[in-house]
Design a binder for this molecule. Structure first.
Ligand code: ADP
Length: 524
């Protein structure tokens, strides 16, 4: 019974199957366990346990006093309740950001850079507490959560440096008495909507470039993981990011999203999440012709050729499939294995997967945490059932873990066909579907036969093949003999329905800048 009540968000990342419902359940309550209490006490002591929205540099309750519970996905206990905000609070956050823009965008780049650098330092200084918050509300193992904090902070550091390199151009004129210039200017107020799978990193990837360029921002974190965002906002405040420059509102996703999209004061929407919501935001942004950046669902192929180094392929596939318990948009969603190496690979891979320790993210040695909620488990179960009913074979796992609740066994399924649901949509769980193929052409055809185009991985020892296949894949990111490719210095983003724009790297600034052409005449 508790399980069903706990299923707060049931949302499919693509447009078909399963239903969309974002009901806000404020009634469910299960008392905090003593373990949760002691972690919370430590975070409170560090001053990082915030539960109100952050608007114009102040901590604010929802205007109607409404709150929404935040649960620990591993246990289902209530961590706390946070302000459950809607249109009015969002409008005020937008106004604060709009007012702050005048001042913030006129600071020198070096000044903005120093403040971002201070924030980077304090994120690193508090990586333990922030990591604990992530494990508490998102479930990933603590070591991985602390890794996320360091990864998130790296975007703030990188863009603190890039802030000083927003160069314009001087264009050779077509007329002798004219001088032509290009200025790069911040777009203005940014609305950022982020998901629960990386509660800090998905925010840092947006706030870093936005603030570096001189934009101000209203962040709406996932209602499932608001606590990490609020703690980061507190540290930003302490680091000298002025009131109104960074605001956080959370609660009713649809109402907040609509307010951000409809406001003429918001000049850009940046979103990471499901393809279905991304399409809605893009359509909504048309009315006020906003800039839009979207990081949407993927359907990553991980292609292992006969000529691959088996050890490298095993390590890479394990890393890309099982990171964050399979809940990332760059997780391998389809493992394509060439027939000559199929038996050897699947047997060694299943052995390796069997050794992954599952449990509460705070327990020693655990590398696979819970799924985010009951709805996620139901989705994984339904995908596995569909595959098995159509002829796929469970090689390992294939059912809920004995720990129950939100835990699912690390699973390998063989003889999967690209037509099965599990190969069409993101499973977003610890399940590796393996597809057998014969030729390179067939692998490329299967890999590209999807509307998504975020990340792809190939394992081969042939240099020629690695180039050929990398170029043929319709994906924004390709890992060659490598399963973990994300870094702040490289562009992250997708082809096709996986999104628009790029995050990270020098390209990550472009989405937050307007290009202005200045023509000076009569200069002779
Ligand atoms: P996921 O499958 O990762 O939960 P979602 O797209 O549902 O993907 O969620 C990503 C973010 O989008 C979250 O912050 C969520 O609250 C928000 N969101 C969900 N529905 C809407 C909506 N209708 N408008 C704006 N934001 C939304």
């Amino acid at each position: 019974m508790i399980r069903t009540m706990f299923a707060r968000t049931l949302f499919n990342r693509t447009t078909t199957s399963l239903h969309l419902h974002h009901s806000l359940r404020c009634s469910y309550s299960r008392k905090m366990s003593t373990e949760t209490e002691s972690v919370v006490a430590g975070i409170k002591k560090a001053g990082l346990f915030q539960t109100k929205g952050f608007i114009g540099g102040k901590w604010i309750d929802a205007y109607d006093g409404k709150t929404i519970e935040v649960n620990n996905p591993a246990r289902g206990d209530v961590i706390t309740s946070v302000a459950c905000m809607g249109e009015r609070e969002t409008q005020d956050a937008i106004s604060s950001a709009y007012d702050a823009f005048g001042h913030w965008s006129k600071l020198t780049a070096a000044d903005r850079s120093n403040r971002l650098r201070n924030w980077y330092n304090s994120l690193i200084e508090h990586k333990e507490e922030l990591g604990q918050l992530i494990t508490l509300e998102q479930g990933k193992p603590l070591k991985e959560a602390i890794g996320e904090v360091v990864y998130a902070a790296s975007f703030i550091e990188f863009f603190a440096e890039e802030a000083k390199r927003v160069y314009g151009d001087i264009i050779p004129s077509t007329l002798p008495d004219r001088r032509l210039f290009v200025l790069k200017q911040p777009v203005g107020v940014v609305g950022a909507i982020t998901p629960w799978n990386f509660p800090l990193a998905m925010i840092a990837r947006k706030v870093g470039p936005a603030l570096a360029c001189g934009c101000t921002i209203v962040i709406k974190p996932s209602e499932l993981t608001p606590l990490t965002a609020l703690a980061a906002a507190e540290l930003a405040h302490q680091s000298g990011i002025p009131p109104g420059v960074l605001n956080v509102v959370m609660g009713d996703a649809a109402k907040i999203g609509t307010s951000l999209v409809e406001s003429p004061q918001v000049r850009k929407i940046t979103f990471t999440g499901s393809t279905a919501v991304g399409k809605k935001l893009m359509a909504g942004s048309a009315e006020t012709v906003k800039k839009v950046s979207l990081e949407l669902g993927g359907n990553a192929p991980c292609i292992i050729f006969d000529d691959a180094d088996l050890e490298v392929a095993l390590k890479g596939t394990l890393a890309t499939k099982f990171r964050n318990t399979g809940q990332t948009c760059v997780c391998a969603n389809r493992v394509l294995v060439q027939e000559g190496i199929y038996e050897k690979f699947t047997s060694a891979f299943s052995n390796a997967v069997q050794n992954l320790k599952v449990g509460d993210g705070f327990s020693e040695g655990v590398v696979q945490g819970p799924l985010i909620n009951e709805a996620a488990v139901l989705k994984v179960e339904s995908f596995v059932q569909d595959a098995v009913s159509k002829g796929a074979k469970v090689l390992l796992g294939g059912k809920r873990h004995s720990l129950g609740f939100t835990f699912y066994e690390p699973t390998v399924i063989g003889d999967v066909k690209n037509e099965m649901l599990i190969a069409r949509q993101e499973v977003f769980g610890p399940v590796a579907p393996v597809i057998r193929f014969k030729t390179e052409e067939e692998a490329i055809q299967i890999a590209n036969d999807t509307n998504a185009g975020l990340a792809a991985y190939i394992f081969t020892n042939s240099i020629k093949r690695s180039w050929r296949v990398s170029e043929a894949l319709e994906y924004g990111i390709v890992g060659v003999n490598e399963g973990l490719v994300s870094t702040e210095v490289a562009p992250f983003g997708g082809f096709k329905q996986s999104g628009l724009g790029r995050e990270g790297s020098k390209y990550g600034l472009d989405d937050y800048l307007e290009i202005k052409y200045v023509c000076m005449g009569n200069m002779a």
